[in-house]
Design a protein around this ligand. Structure first.
Ligand code: PLP
Length: 377
């Protein structure tokens, strides 16, 4: 039997409706969207429609959406692009210690290029304090980048409050919404950010597609040079197949939002309730309430990588953050949250999705308990 999939924060399966929407692009519609003839017009229309679908989900104007190859590229373009295009205004950037490597590594790169970066600490629940953002601002601060929700523990940050401070100080505000989109409301008019990153494969679109929201008027230095596709922001013939997939995934995410939210949360809470009743020495990491509805980051006391390895044969979950780690070294997110080492080393991130069933959860509870009990003997 296949392991039970509880790793939706790592990636999601492609929604069959998304696959169906992509099929015509795979089989018949092959035109270059830049071509003036019928073939080009057909795919150009498909790209225009997909852009509208993405814009509707986050409540912005279609022309403020640029398609990218995923969350990583969106984050790179946002941070690097803004920093280099606005270095005449200042050289200081504020971010948090628990951002995804697609932010942290860009910041490290920028530090090698005359920028100064403040990595704000988080509290024991993984929250960034609004006051710490305020205090970190200097005359040279040009950009603040704080993720809307953390990929490992799911803690949701006070983005609109931080954005308000950024706006008051004339600072550009970016948020990485790779994990939050489709799980909690992501609405540009509420968040008030200038830049926002989207990753397709976290919302049932294929891997290798994403988007960046760029508020009208925000200037970014290009990452890619060439022809003038994507409003002259990202050169290269459009990935029409996946753009259409992302568009459809966004439409579905908007349509089914409440249903998916409630279902993921119900499944996650059932898993937690089941585990707590069977295993005494476990702790929940992340904020008790301000947390993604699908994320359950659990530490098992005095467990190690053998526990994790046995568990992963039965349950597909994540030891750290699956998209970039597969080792037993302590996660920097848990470290920043001061999770005690004897707990932190036995940490598993379970994440539910819209396809998760009650049967899977009940089976997972039995298996996890069984494996835990063999380890403590
Ligand atoms: C918070 C966050 N940002 C960015 C990314 C990177 O996105 P992608 O895999 O589409 O490059 C991920 C992927 O796990 C993520 O969780």
């Amino acid at each position: 039997m296949e392991p039970i999939y509880l790793d939706y924060n790592a990636t999601t399966p492609v929604d069959p409706q998304v696959a169906d929407a992509m099929m015509p692009l795979l089989k018949q519609q092959f035109g270059n969207p830049s071509s003036s003839h019928w073939f080009g017009i057909l795919t150009r229309k498909a790209v225009i429609y997909a852009r509208e679908q993405v814009a509707k989900l986050i409540n912005c104007k279609p022309e403020e959406i640029i398609f990218t190859s995923g969350g990583t590229e969106s984050n790179n373009y946002a941070l690097r692009g803004y920093a280099f295009a606005n270095s005449h205004k200042g050289n200081h950037i504020i971010t948090s210690a628990i951002e995804h490597p697609a932010i942290i590594e860009v910041c490290k790169y920028l530090e090698e290029h005359n920028f100064k970066v403040t990595y704000l600490p988080v509290d024991k629940n993984g929250l960034v304090s609004v006051r710490s953002v305020q205090k970190a601002i200097t005359q040279d601060t040009i950009l603040i980048s704080i993720m809307q929700a953390n990929n490992e523990v799911g803690t949701i940050q006070p983005i609109s409050e931080i954005a308000e401070i950024a706006n008051e100080n004339g600072i550009c505000m970016h948020t990485d919404a790779a994990q939050s989109l489709g799980k909690i409301p992501v609405d540009i008019s509420d968040l008030n950010v200038d830049l926002l990153s989207i990753a397709g494969h976290k919302i049932y679109a294929p891997k290798g597609i994403g988007a960046l929201y760029i508020k009208n008027g925000i200037k970014l230095e290009k990452l890619m040079f060439g022809a003038k596709q994507e409003n002259n922001c990202r050169a290269g013939t459009e990935n029409i197949l996946e753009i259409v997939g992302l568009g459809k995934a966004c439409e579905i995410a908007k349509r089914d939002f409440s249903e998916n939210h409630d279902h993921m949360k119900k499944m996650r809470d059932r898993l937690w309730t089941g585990l707590v009743s069977e295993i005494p020495d476990i702790r929940l990491n992340g904020h008790p309430e301000k947390r993604l509805p699908n994320t359950l980051n659990v530490s098992f006391l005095n467990m190690n990588e053998y526990f994790q390895l046995s568990l992963f044969l039965e349950i597909a979950a994540s030891a750290g953050a699956a998209c970039h780690a597969n080792n037993a070294s302590l996660s920097y997110v848990l470290e920043a949250m001061n999770v005690p080492i004897e707990y932190a080393m036995g940490t598993i991130r379970f994440s539910t999705g819209k396809m998760t069933t009650q049967k899977e959860i009940d089976y997972a509870i039995i298996k996890i308990t069984e494996i835990y009990n063999t380890q403590i003997r």
